[in-house]
Write a protein that binds this ligand. Structure first.
Ligand code: FES
Length: 119
């Protein structure tokens, strides 16, 4: 098995309609991972693109994680694929891609706003 320069996980978790957490699959993640795999393959990107379970970023989904960049994107759609593929071609952290700047998930966004807090 060869090591890839990057690993790209697209959350494809699906929850029932009406679940307050939402889910990435409801936002189109299943099509997104298929399209991203094809686009990355055509571009010759040295990355393994695959689906994953929940990152706990459901409210900003569809969510995409890129390693070893330690970067997560939220609200991803097919329209973001060209920019992401271009970012994956470069050695810089994918978070530095200007076209994706508004999609980068900051650490504080990992807190579930739907979670009940104990006081
Ligand atoms: S359902 Fe995709 S991050 Fe939770």
């Amino acid at each position: 098995m060869s090591k890839r320069a990057r690993y790209v996980w697209v959350c494809t978790k699906r929850r029932p309609d009406g679940n307050p957490k939402g889910s990435c699959a409801v936002g189109g993640a299943e099509a997104l991972v298929k399209e991203l795999k094809i686009a990355a393959g055509k571009a010759g990107v040295d990355a393994r693109v695959t689906s994953s379970g929940c990152f706990d970023l459901c409210w900003v989904g569809p969510a995409v994680g890129v390693m070893p960049d330690m970067t997560f994107f939220g609200g991803m759609s097919s329209e973001d694929i060209p920019a992401l593929v271009e970012a994956l071609k470069r050695p810089e952290n994918v978070a530095s891609c200007p076209a994706l700047a508004g999609k980068v998930v900051r650490l504080e966004q990992f807190e579930d706003p739907h979670k009940r807090r104990e006081e």
